[in-house]
Each structure stands twice: as structure tokens, then as C-alpha cells.
Design a protein around this ligand. Structure first.
Ligand code: ATP
Ligand code: MG
Ligand code: MG
Ligand code: MG
Length: 569
């Protein structure tokens, strides 16, 4: 590829909207462009990386015996009514109508469609087990899309669904998927950890998340310092109920059970009159950044299914209910930064979540620059400050009994789950067994955030000059940088020759044939993060040499022009 015939689209300035490094570099290196909140166009360079991630995922899924399929992104509402998630899923589910006023959803996940398919396609135990996957665009109307494609509203996911007659059979496939995921993240060259995950409301069965370690991650994960134990922090904590933080969990869980989802309970808990809570939602919209008006902010946020339940209940009193926007949250947060009391009160109610998540949230909120002062948490719940919350967990003995726990931040890039009979039961998916009886299927589901991985990889692989791609997912393997090619015939000739040879050898090579100063070219190519650079200059040609530069190590060396192709192969 020649840059003159390509869409390079690099930016010199860091866009102000981008908080984390991967988002900044994805914009600056010309990988993506925003279209609307949480919606992105993948530019050619970004798409090359995305496709590479996708292919590694595909190859390892195929190797593990999963079969590729493709389901529609738009799904009829009746499937969701059948599974019960039409009411349970909440506002992340984008609902729409066709011209005949028939309701549809944009698929945030595909359990319903696949279970329906299986129930009609399979009839005999002989067809089991089966594991089907797809790589498909999902839509989740995230309340706070952020960090670029890391938490988009439209994103690319690999999702697989396996069906079985026995728990034992499900366990086997689950293990196969666990191994396939490890292979995938190893091939991607990422520092990752599988962690035991909380199965939450679905309950009971096994679940693991795969986290890429990075400070910008939104999740806390707990490791034992002397065993393999690693768990999502909610799980680690649930296993250690007699710790201080465990006790706090129990306390908060009391207010976090579904029966407190009423405006009265919320207002009682926070000692705020119900009508004020209502008012808050209205005042919030008018609040200016920097103002110190006495504001109570009821910020409904998080991912959350149950927001809708709350929304329904609250909207009885407070219709129309709107969720606070990012700007509004910031405005409220700014009005009481550091000081509590009459100036204002930012209350974040995640009624449906555990204390651990609440703690997580407080940490996250502070780190992202929002000051949730925690006055109410302190008074009504316990006296934890952000640091306390982290410290209480770190240094608890590890639930596995081995060593102490340390906490690190992680980006959830994969999640595998034993679903049991939940969907098969609701949607009548069964087959005839050997003895002719109809038996409900047992199911597992396995997700990977393909587009999120691109951002996560950058979080782990960059320096102050830009991205440093792991070889496996680099958009180009080699870049040819000719110095002042338009002034030197010899440089042009040599660069063209190398370009032709590399192309013929099947190497993905970018030839920077722009009429730019060498400095501009170097900066751009470092920003884009191409692993190997060949610099062609007048002086080195005198010795029949070119300069080689390695993006990761920064190491430079002179190599004979004749050996350049073999050198980078
Ligand atoms: P999160 O906790 O980050 O909201 P999740 O637990 O809701 O993710 P899953 O339902 O487990 O997500 O989906 C499988 C995978 O899809 C996740 O592990 C993650 O890698 C990816 N994913 C989920 N939501 C998003 C998003 N909004 N943008 C990009 N990738 C996402
Ligand atoms: Mg989510
Ligand atoms: Mg999650
Ligand atoms: Mg998950």
C-alpha cells in the first residue's frame, strides 16, 4: 500500500474528548472516527487490525470445534418476550418498530435467536453437543459510552453458544472454550488473566471473565500473590464474608435487593424526601457546570437492566424520567468537589448492585475525575473512603487459603458462562433422548469483545510516541520510509525496489511515498505503530545499505539492501 493512495488520516493534536490513551491514539493514528456517542467508523488502518483480531478468534474457535454461523442483528420482540428478557433486560436494549408497528430489538446478545434455532433444527440427542458461534455487531444502549470503542454502543462481539444433554458434557465444552480463549489472548500477545466471575442474578453455575491487565480498566480483579487464584473482585469478596469489606457487602446487599426498588425506599435510605428526588431529576437538567446550587443528583447509571425496573417505578411519580448525561454528572460533581453538605450532594444509586460494585464504582468515579463525595455512603452505610475500599480487599487473606490478595485493574475482554437450562426451558428447546423422552437442553455461552480488544491491546502496547502493535495484529508489518525521495532518484529507485520485493513476498508493507519531510513521516509511522521500519536514505545507499528500525525496542541497525527483505520476513 502506498500512502499516496491510502487514507492515512493521522492527527497531530490529541482530541480533548479522549480520556484514555487507547482512545487518543485510535483517533490520532486514524483508526476510528466517531459518528455519534458510542458509534464509530473504522478507517482502513483500524479495520485491518480489527480483522486480524477477528481472524485469530475465528481460527481458535474453529480449532476448538465450534461452527460459524451468522444471526441477524435485528431481532423480533416476541423472542425476547418468550425468554422473559423483554421486561428484564432494561434500557440497554434498544427497541424499535417496523412500518407495521411490529416491535423489534437491536441484538445486544443472541441467546434467544440461537435457542429458537436449536429448538427447531435439532430433534435427537445424536446431534449433540453442538457449539455455534458468530462474529456479529451488537448494540447496547450503554448509559455511559466511553473510552472510544472500549465501551461503545455498537461493537463487534464473537459470541458462541453450546448445547448439551448433561452437565458433564457442558463442563467439557466449557473447558475447551476456556483453553481456546487462553490461546486467543496468547496469540494476540496480550497480558491477560482468566478470573472467576460472579454469576450474579443468573446464579449457581460456573463463569469466568478474561481480563487484559491495564490501569485504565473499569474492573478490579483480585489475585493471590502465591497461588493461581484470580477472581473478579465481586467474587473474591463474596467468598470472604467475614472480612470487613465482606460485612459491608452484606450490609449494602440489604439495600440492594430487588424489593428496595421503590422511590420510598430510595428516599428513606438516602434520607431525602421523595419529592426532592423527583425534583432532582428535573433540576439536574438545568444545572450549569461550576454552579453550587443545592442539588440532589439521582444519577441512575451503570449498565443496567434493573435501571428500567427503577425507571418504571420511579416514573410513576417522576414522569418523564430521563437519565443524567455525562455532562450533567460532571456538572453536579463539580459543584461539590471536595466539599460536602449544602453545596450539593451527588448520590449515585445503583440499587441493584452489590457493595463490591458500589465500591468499584466509587473508585472508578474518582479516578475518572468525578468527585462523588460519598457523604451519604459514609453516613448511611459505612465509613469507607475510596482508598479504604481498595485496601480492605487488598491484603485479605485470599479465599483460596493461599497467600494474600492484591488488586489490579482489568479490561473485560471475554466472558464464558454456564447458563444451564434458563433459555432452553423458557423457549422449549429439547431433544429426544435415547429412551425416547423429551429432555430440555443445557447451555453455555461464550463472548469475546473483538472491537474492545483493539483498544485493550493499545492500552498495553504504547509509548509516548504512539502505538506499538503486537506483531499478530499490526495493520502493516513493515513501513518503507524514503528520505527526500522526490529529490533523489536513487532513493526512489531503492524504495520502489524494496516495496516490490516485499509485496511479492506477501509482506504487508506500507510505502510512505508522500512528499513529506522525514520528521513528519517518522512521527506518523511511530504513531501508527508499525513494528518494522526500513529507512532509505542517500548516504546509506552509497554503502548499498538501508537503516532498519524496530518500533518496540527502538533499536536501529544498518542492513545491506539485498538482505533487507529477508531481514524483516
Ligand atoms: P461490561 O462489564 O464491560 O459492561 P459485559 O459483562 O456487559 O461487559 P458481556 O455481556 O459479558 O459484557 O459480553 C461479552 C464481551 O463483550 C465482554 O466481555 C466485552 O469484552 C464485550 N463488550 C461488552 N460490552 C461492550 C461494549 N459496550 N463495548 C465493547 N465491548 C463490549
Ligand atoms: Mg455491560
Ligand atoms: Mg461485565
Ligand atoms: Mg461480562
Amino acid at each position: 500500500m502506498r500512502t499516496s493512495k491510502y487514507l492515512l488520516s493521522t492527527l497531530k493534536e490529541t482530541p480533548a474528548s479522549a480520556e484514555v490513551i487507547s482512545h487518543q491514539y485510535m483517533l490520532r493514528a486514524g483508526l476510528v472516527r466517531p459518528v455519534a456517542s458510542g458509534l464509530y467508523t473504522w478507517l482502513p488502518t483500524g479495520l485491518k487490525v480489527l480483522k486480524k483480531v477477528e481472524n485469530i478468534v475465528r481460527e481458535e474457535m474453529d480449532k476448538a470445534g465450534a461452527i460459524e454461523t451468522l444471526m441477524p442483528m435485528v431481532q423480533p420482540a416476541d423472542l425476547w418476550q418468550e425468554s422473559g428478557r423483554w421486561t428484564d433486560y432494561g434500557p440497554e436494549l434498544l427497541r424499535l418498530e417496523d412500518r407495521h408497528h411490529r416491535p423489534f430489538v437491536l441484538g445486544p446478545t443472541h441467546e434467544e435467536v440461537i435457542t429458537k434455532l436449536i429448538s427447531s433444527e435439532l430433534s435427537s440427542y445424536k446431534q449433540l453437543p453442538i457449539n455455534l458461534y458468530q462474529i456479529q455487531t451488537k448494540f447496547r444502549d450503554e448509559i455511559r459510552p466511553r473510552f472510544g470503542v472500549m465501551r461503545g454502543r455498537e461493537f463487534l462481539m464473537k459470541d458462541a453458544y453450546s448445547f448439551h444433554l448433561s452437565q458433564e458434557c457442558l463442563n467439557n465444552t466449557y473447558q475447551d472454550m476456556h483453553s481456546a480463549y487462553c490461546n486467543i489472548f496468547e496469540r494476540l500477545g496480550l497480558d491477560f488473566r482468566p478470573v472467576i466471575a460472579d454469576t450474579g442474578s443468573i446464579g449457581g453455575d460456573a463463569s469466568h471473565e478474561f481480563h487484559v491487565l491495564a490501569d485504565s480498566g473499569e474492573d478490579d480483579i483480585a489475585f493471590s500473590d502465591s497461588s493461581d487464584y484470580a477472581a473478579n473482585i465481586e467474587k473474591a469478596e463474596a467468598l470472604a464474608p467475614d472480612t470487613e469489606r465482606g460485612a459491608a457487602t452484606a450490609e449494602l446487599t440489604k439495600v440492594a435487593t430487588p424489593n428496595v426498588h421503590t422511590i420510598e425506599d430510595v428516599s428513606k435510605f438516602f434520607d431525602v424526601a421523595a419529592k426532592d428526588v423527583v425534583k432532582t431529576l428535573l433540576v439536574l437538567g438545568e444545572h450549569e457546570e461550576g454552579e453550587t446550587a443545592p442539588v440532589v443528583a439521582l444519577v441512575l447509571r451503570g449498565d443496567h437492566e434493573l435501571n428500567e425496573i427503577k425507571a418504571e417505578k420511579i416514573s410513576g411519580i417522576a414522569a418523564p424520567l430521563t437519565f443524567a448525561t455525562d455532562e450533567q454528572i460532571k456538572a453536579v460533581a463539580n459543584c461539590d468537589a471536595g466539599s460536602i453538605g449544602p453545596a450539593g450532594l451527588a448520590i449515585d444509586i445503583i440499587v441493584d448492585r452489590s457493595a463490591a460494585v458500589m465500591a468499584d464504582f466509587i473508585c472508578g468515579a474518582n479516578e475518572s475525575g468525578y468527585h462523588y463525595t460519598g457523604a451519604n455512603f459514609d453516613r448511611d452505610i459505612h465509613n469507607y473512603k475510596v482508598e479504604d475500599i481498595r485496601n480492605v480487599v487488598a491484603g485479605d487473606p485470599s479465599p483460596c487459603g493461599n497467600g494474600k490478595l492484591t488488586i489490579k485493574r482489568g479490561i473485560e475482554v471475554g466472558h464464558i458462562f454456564q447458563l444451564g437450562e434458563k433459555y432452553a426451558d423458557a423457549m422449549n428447546a429439547g431433544v429426544l433422548t435415547e429412551t425416547g423422552k423429551n429432555q430440555t437442553l443445557t447451555m453455555g455461552c461464550y463472548g469475546i469483545g473483538v472491537s474492545r480488544i483493539v483498544a485493550a491491546a493499545i492500552e498495553q502496547n504504547h509509548d509516548e510516541n504512539g502505538i506499538i502493535w503486537p506483531d499478530a495484529i499490526a495493520p502493516f508489518k513493515v513501513v518503507i520510509i524514503p528520505m527526500n525521495m522526490h529529490k533523489s532518484h536513487r532513493v526512489q529507485e531503492t524504495a520502489e525496489k524494496l516495496y516490490a520485493e516485499l509485496t511479492a513476498a506477501g509482506v504487508e508493507v506500507l510505502f510512505d511515498d508522500r512528499k513529506e519531510r522525514p520528521g513528519v513521516m517518522f512521527k506518523d509511522m511511530e504513531l501508527i505503530g508499525i513494528p518494522h521500519a526500513i529507512v532509505v536514505g542517500e548516504r546509506n545507499i552509497d554503502n548499498a545499505e538501508v537503516e532498519y528500525k524496530n518500533r518496540r525496542s527502538g533499536e536501529k541497525s544498518l542492513i545491506a539492501i539485498d538482505e533487507a527483505v529477508n531481514f524483516v520476513l
